[in-house]
Structure formats: C-alpha cells, structure tokens
Design a protein around this ligand. Structure first.
Ligand code: 4AD
Ligand code: MG
Length: 512
C-alpha cells in the first residue's frame, strides 16, 4: 500500500540510522537517573529504548517524562543511533515529547502476578512482551497455513457454525436455540468439507469450533480454531504424506520468520528443527500399545526404563537443590555477611525453592505415568500421559495410525483387512504437547456408514444429506483436522493453551 502514516515504526528504525524519526506508542518501561529518563517504547512492531535528556527537551517536557506511568501513550521525536547493546539494536535520542495520555497505576506491574489475575486482565496482559511474541507467532502460523494450501491447489471454504450434526461425539455439544429449533455450535467443519471436496477436489476449512468439555486441562479450550483439509481420491497413506509435508512447511516458515519471537520466548528450537529434517515415524496402534507398555523398544529406548531413570535423576536433582538451600541458609544464619551478599544468597534460595516445586510436580507426575503406561490396555484411547510417554522416545512428531474402531468417530473407514481397526491417524507433537492432528480416510461405503451411525445412536435424519455424498458418486477420500492453538502452543513452548489465543474460552472462563 502507499504509505499512510506520517510517523515511523520501531521496526523501521534500521532504515533511519542517524536520521530524525517520529514514534508513537506506549511506555512499556521507564527509569530515570540524573538528567536522563530512559523509556522503553513499544508500538506494536517492536521495542526501543528512547533516551530523554533534560538538556535537549527542556525542563517542562523532562518533568512530564519523569512522571510517566507504565502504558502511558506518547509521541516522541528524536535521532536514531545504532547501538547493538540495546533492545532491537537501536536507540532514540529524544528531542521532543508529547504525552497523549498519562496512565497511572497500570494494574500489571513488573512483579509476578498469579495466572488468574493475568487472565482476568487479558485485555491488558496481551500488551506484555511474551504475549505480544505469542500472538505474532500465531499470526504467522495462520499465514503459513493459508500459504501452504493456496499454493497447493486447495480451495478455502467456510463451514457453518450452527449445525444439526454431531461430528465428534454427542457428549461435547453446545446446544443453542435456532429460532425455536435446537441447533449445535459446530464441533468440526468436516462433514461440510466432505461435501465441498466432492465439488472442488481439495478443500480446507479454517474456522472456529466448539467443544463443551467440562474439564480444565492445559490442552483444552471450549472454543478453538481448526484447519480441516479434505481431499477426494486420497487414502490414509496419502493423507499422512500430506500431513507430514504440511507440518514441515509450516514449521520451516516459522523458524525462518519468527526467529526474534522465538528468542524472546526463550524457545529451544531443537525439536522444531527436527520436525523439518526428520521423517515422521508412522507407528501402528498395536505397536504404540506395546511401546507404551515397555514391551517394545524404540531405537534401544524403553518407555518404562526411561521413566524410571528420569525418576531417579529427578530425585537426585531435588536432593542437590535441598542441600544447596540448607548450605546457603546456614551461611546467612551464621551472620557477618554484607547486605548485598545476603540478598544474593536469598535470591539463590528463592530460585532453588521454585525449582524444588517444579521437581516435586514432576515427581508426582512420573509415578502416575508409569502406572498408566504399565497398565495400558489394548483398545483404549491414549490419554495425555500415554502420549507423553510415547513421544518422549522419538525426536520429532509421531503418527499413530490404524486405531480400534470403538475409540474413533463414526465416519472413519473400517480397515478392509481387519475390521477391528479404522483408518485413522493422530499426530502427536513431542515435548509433552501430544495430539495436534486427528485425521482419517472416510467411510465411503454407505451400508457401513449407516451401521456406524445407528450404532452410535446418532439421529439418521440429520445425516441424510451426508449420506447423499455416498449415494451420488462416492469416492475414497480423506482429511484431517489441526487444532490451531495446540500448534501455536508447541511452537511457542508455552505450558497452557489459554495463552495461545487472544481471548480464551474454557470451562469457567467467559471474560473478558
Ligand atoms: O481429533 P479431533 O476431534 O478431530 C476432528 O474434529 C476431525 N473432524 C478432524 C478431521 O478429520 N477433519 O480434533 C482435531 C484437532 C485435535 O487433534 C486437536 O489438535 C484439536 O483439534 N482439538 C482441540 N484443541 C483445543 N481444545 C480442544 N478442546 C480440542 N479438541 C480438539
Ligand atoms: Mg482426536
């Protein structure tokens, strides 16, 4: 577009070294020392240190700068200096300053807040550096997803949100009133995607989906965004090929375009790089069960032995931390230390205590994982801990395929070689992130499909239009669904899904 703004953005400072700029933004940090005020300005495109010198701006503006509260809105004019020690690599020497609004008592201070407080103030929390970086990664992920599908001949379609069909089971439906008629908020656009695939060959949906799970986990939202490609004339193997190429393309894009954000988030990118380089292992469900139970090794690694070794290592680590805490406490208690030294030791003790808390959490988790892994029975769905136990043995995402029919949705194609199984696949992300994709070849045989709909107790009437897709030119076809927020979680390395979406909706959270 032609330039509209009469001012510059922080992201453009590199083009203005030695020149004058006008920046408009918010005070994300401020400190002063004799005759100088240091403002870290943020404007949405980045962060930059701006130095207000009393001699350059005069007493009145300098006093105003000194009083600025966090998140005050300002316009600053000044000269850009290259300075690699500064955030972003540039600094602005301010010659003039105008306050748009002086904000007092910004509720999110620099000190640690509990997550409940931050979520309650989500509308403000989004301004913080970490949240800013996460939203930028999310934006790029969305862009890369559209890029991939648009470049590869897929048509984007919008599925309806009000629907009469349950897709992913009847227990997680949000019921609404559609002009006096019951309707559900869509759990998945898939069934409508199948209709469009029969009209356009390869399509994808990208829309909001809803699940009424009354449980709080770090991986579940009530409202999340799903990407659902659907391809005519694809079988499960082709589906898995597509999933792998798609994930590799998006990961490569993020590694290339979100370097700064991932660095800000302190993300170790080893596993992301692996996902681009290494072929994704494809593990039959039966093998997954044996691996989880410790009956089958993966590259010489055994699930149960790995967990037991981890448990030992964590116990040793905890003992080490506790020993150091005791030693430092004894030193302080002995007296005779300078104040700075006491503070230094006290800080170390606080850090160590936090570490012990983390270790304790893992020390309670792992025995439960062991228990669940040892007793895992063929025929069950993988729980979060089973997914973790399995994926820890691999260096990149894993695809588990051919699932027992009972644990999967009605639309999955039964395996003609063994009808105990359906041709479904789950993609599990490493590092404890678990399922990010669920997909399948679809049942294209109308008789089997009717049988499954009846067995699930679903209302046949609501599925007549879907059955038409099998009546009129049925073909083998397949597709998958990727949960955007699970994907963003894995990229950014965050521990809870609520930070992956601007305004999260989950059990118990409707505000702000
Ligand atoms: O495995 P799911 O339920 O599959 C489907 O909905 C299929 N109709 C997809 C298809 O084949 N077209 O969900 C797909 C993905 C999951 O792998 C997960 O990433 C995400 O959607 N997901 C959730 N994300 C956040 N919160 C929830 N409650 C989620 N439920 C599923
Ligand atoms: Mg699933």
């Amino acid at each position: 577009m032609n330039r509209i703004e009469p001012f510059q953005y922080i992201s453009e400072l590199k083009d203005h070294a030695g020149a004058q700029v006008e920046l408009r933004g918010w005070v994300s940090n401020r400190r002063d020392s004799k005759g100088l005020v240091f403002i870290v300005l943020r404007d949405g495109t980045g962060f930059a240190q701006c130095v207000v010198n009393e001699e350059s701006v005069g007493a009145e503006q300098f006093e105003a700068a000194k009083r600025l509260g966090l998140e005050s809105s300002v316009i600053l004019w000044g000269e850009v200096r290259e300075d690699e020690r500064q955030i972003g690599g540039y600094e602005v020497q301010v010659s003039k300053l105008q306050v748009i609004q002086d904000a007092a008592d910004y509720p999110i201070a620099k000190k640690e807040h509990g997550v409940d407080f931050l979520i309650e103030n989500r509308h403000l929390w989004l301004r913080s550096t970490r949240q800013w970086a996460i939203m930028r990664v999310r934006n790029r992920v969305i862009y890369a997803i559209h890029n991939f599908f648009q470049a590869n001949g897929f048509l984007q379609m919008d599925a309806p949100i009000f629907t009469g069909n349950a897709v992913e089971g009847t227990t997680t439906l949000f019921e609404t009133d559609f002009f006096g008629q019951p309707a559900y908020l869509s759990q998945s656009g898939q069934l409508y995607g199948e209709a469009l695939a029969m009209a356009h060959g390869k399509i994808y949906t990208f829309g909001p989906t809803f699940r009424a799970e009354k449980s709080k986990t770090r991986r579940h939202l009530s409202e999340f965004w799903m990407i659902e490609p659907e391809m005519a004339f694809y079988d499960l193997d082709m589906d898995m090929d597509l999933i792998e190429q798609f994930i590799k393309a998006v990961v490569a894009d993020i590694l290339e375009h979100c370097k700064q954000e991932l660095e800000t988030l302190g993300r170790n990118t080893t596993f992301l790089e692996n996902a681009v380089q290494l072929p994704f292992p494809r593990v039959h469900y039966d093998d997954a069960v044996r691996i989880i139970r410790g009956e089958q090794d993966v590259n010489g690694k055994n699930s149960i032995q790995t967990l037991e070794a981890d448990l030992e290592a964590l116990r040793a680590k905890k003992a080490e931390c506790e020993k150091e805490i005791a030693e430092r406490e004894a030193k302080i208690a002995a007296g005779g230390m300078k104040k700075g030294e006491v503070n230094f030791n006290q800080n170390k003790i606080d850090t160590l205590k936090n570490e012990v808390k983390d270790l304790d959490e893992q020390l309670t988790n792992i025995p439960q994982w062991l228990e669940s892994a040892r007793n895992f029975e063929w025929g069950g769905d993988l729980g979060g801990s089973d997914e973790t136990v399995l994926t820890r043995l691999f260096d990149c995402p894993v695809m588990v395929y051919n699932w027992p029919a009972e644990v999967k949705a009605f639309y999955m194609k039964r395996d003609p070689n063994d009808e105990k199984y359906v041709k479904g696949v789950d993609v599990l992300a490493p590092e404890g992130y678990g399922e990010i994709v669920g997909g399948a070849e679809r049942e294209d045989n109308i008789d089997f499909l009717i049988e499954r709909i009846n067995n699930e107790g679903l209302p046949m009437e609501a599925f007549q239009w879907y059955l038409d897709l099998r009546r009129f030119g049925t073909v083998p076809h397949a597709g998958f669904g990727l949960g955007l927020e699970r994907f963003v979680m894995w990229f950014t390395g965050i521990q809870h899904i609520r930070e992956s979406i601007p305004f999260p909706r989950f059990y118990g959270r409707l505000k702000p």
